[in-house]
Design a protein around this ligand. Structure first.
Ligand code: VAH
Length: 318
């Protein structure tokens, strides 16, 4: 059985459904701190309320379902973490430590994502290498680098099968992200469909790596199923599908919705976070070691996002 934390979040809410399709509904238990009674994750299969900072409860649930893989997604994202860095450290690091201790005790696999946020201003910005300097200046980035090192330590010291990827900004139409810096690239599609206009809080010319959610979900499954003997790296692989600035995604939308208008009102806090991250990262190790290959580029993603959001009856305003 696979235990997913953060199952009601941007990645978790879609990953749980995909894993239940792949491995069987009863083999995937979703957990989150919230307990919404409606929604497919909670009603469609095993679900437990879990605050990941509660280590005993984490272990108790894992034992109850005889879990053999933990996919730990519960975390505070970059912008929200800056508002309360102490809470972000506690949730991100105590949560991960509890996941690792659970994996160590049950001898099971653990996947947890890192992020391009694990890089900082002194990291090479173009085609950022897999192995390079990592001195992030956000508390979220500090927890991501710490998480990478902790997962590698647990693999080396306790032989826990830990694996992870450094996600770029993720774009999806099912569950909006909460508190990230790359969220503009999700909001823009919702606003394009609903108001035909969007005011970006990230400045023109600010390039960041991005990926469509279907490719992100495939990457998690592919890495978790990869032959361990071929893994030179573990925590965490650079992966990306595209790199764009706000004007690029606006142009891709305008190609489908000519009447779409983009304006700018830069938020200095999230702009500074975005500028501390790479412009583009090098995913060649993921390609070589476990065959990573995304299938959505900006044009294909835009086509799908607009189609799916136009189908959604109530496009929830952001
Ligand atoms: C964030 N979406 O914006 C997350 C992610 C690379 C970005 O870590 O914080």
């Amino acid at each position: 059985t696979i235990l997913v934390t953060g199952a009601l979040g941007q990645i978790g809410s879609e990953l749980v459904m995909k894993l239940r399709d792949l491995y069987g509904t009863d083999h995937v238990v979703g957990t989150d701190i919230r307990s919404t009674i409606d929604g497919p994750v909670v009603q469609g299969g095993p679900y437990e309320m879990l605050d990941v900072t509660d280590g005993e409860r984490f272990l108790e649930i894992a034992k109850k379902y005889q879990v053999d893989a933990v996919i730990h997604l519960a975390a505070v994202l970059s912008a929200k973490a800056e508002v309360n860095p102490q809470r972000a450290w506690h949730l991100n690091m105590t949560g991960l430590m509890n996941g690792l201790e659970t994996a160590r005790e049950l001898r099971c696999q653990l996947f947890t994502p890192s992020s391009i946020a694990a890089f900082g201003p002194s990291t090479p910005k173009e085609m950022t290498p897999q192995d390079t300097i990592q001195r992030p200046n956000t508390i979220y980035g500090v927890t991501k680098v710490s998480g990478e090192l902790l997962c590698d330590y647990y693999h080396r010291r306790f032989d826990v099968d830990t694996r992870g990827v450094r996600f770029p900004g993720l774009i999806s139409y099912v569950t909006p992200p909460g508190g990230g810096t790359t969220d503009y690239a999700v909001e823009i599609y919702y606003h394009a469909v609903k108001q035909k206009r969007y005011t970006s809080y990230i400045a023109a010319g600010t390039k960041m790596d991005m990926m469509y959610m279907p490719d992100a979900l495939d990457a998690i499954v592919q890495l978790m199923e990869a032959d361990a003997a071929k893994l030179v790296h573990r925590n965490a692989f650079n992966i990306t599908a595209m790199s764009f600035a706000p004007e690029d995604v606006a142009a891709a939308i305008q190609a489908k919705l000519p009447e779409f208008v983009m304006t700018y009102d830069v938020d200095p806090v999230r702009q500074a976070i975005a500028e501390s991250w790479p412009n583009s990262i090098d995913a060649s190790c993921a390609v070589d070691e476990w065959g990573f290959r995304p299938s959505y580029d900006l044009e294909k993603m835009t086509q799908d996002m607009l189609e799916k959001l136009q189908q959604k009856e109530h496009v929830t305003a952001f």
